[in-house]
Ligand binder design. Sequence first.
Ligand SMILES: NC(=O)c1ccc[n+]([C@@H]2O[C@H](COP(=O)([O-])OP(=O)(O)OC[C@H]3O[C@@H](n4cnc5c(N)ncnc54)[C@H](OP(=O)(O)O)[C@@H]3O)[C@@H](O)[C@H]2O)c1
Length: 235
Amino acid sequence: MNITGKKAVVIGGTSGIGLEASLLLVSKGASVVAVSRDPKKAGTVPNGIRLESLDTRDGAAVEKFFNAEDDIDILVNSATGGSRARGAFMEMDEKSFQASFDKLWGYANVIRHGVPCLKENGAVVLVSGSPARKPKPGQIALSSVGSAVEAFSRGIAAEIAPKRINVISPGIIDTPMVALTGDEREKHYQNVTKTHLIGRAGHSAEVAQAIIFAIENDFLTGTTIDVDGGWLAAQ
Ligand SMILES: NC(=O)c1ccc[n+]([C@@H]2O[C@H](COP(=O)([O-])OP(=O)(O)OC[C@H]3O[C@@H](n4cnc5c(N)ncnc54)[C@H](OP(=O)(O)O)[C@@H]3O)[C@@H](O)[C@H]2O)c1
């Protein structure tokens, strides 16, 4: 797909990986609708990005949002969706575990109402994460949700073809998702990447590049691309 002149909707496009994908899409000549619950957090965005407010957990609101949009060429969902439970499953309360799946329900709402607005040669990209296939201690909820996102995408690829859908799976990426600052933040990222083959946090732009690749490559569907600094390959 040649991105120039195309219309993209980027859910979670106001921060971190989604914002970086929005900026890259605009730099390649797309018009972008960047969406989140509180889009003001994107700050000042370049011409070509329109900010819209939407909570992906609200199916009726997602339907209304897509009904108001013209034909879409590119649909990216990079939203975290809800809370992310951490810790041992046996010690985790049921509500926290279930709430982690708000990411999946958000993605499902966006696919249900967004794909009908996608042109026949359009492309969807969802975002999972390395815990899906190699959870570290305390990541059972993240792993379960990430695996579900990947399985959902693989499963639905045939249903929506020739429209394409792929997943990008990031490792540890330095984004506003982690609220720590200064030394504490630096130490955190050193600590959580020390077993990886590339011992640093990734940049949002490194993941956004993979999102662009999945959009541009017309021969790619139903697959997952890892951008993880060697998390999965490490012994
Ligand atoms: N950063 C990492 O290390 C990492 C690793 C693996 C996977 N991931 C995945 O990568 C994706 C992007 O993460 P990120 O690091 O870029 O996080 P981020 O900087 O916190 O951005 C998350 C975006 O999602 C939006 N969002 C959250 N819940 C939403 C909802 N219910 N409805 C609409 N928008 C919503 C947020 O905006 P509002 O708050 O305004 O809604 C924000 O724009 C997520 O799916 C995350 O799970 C990240």
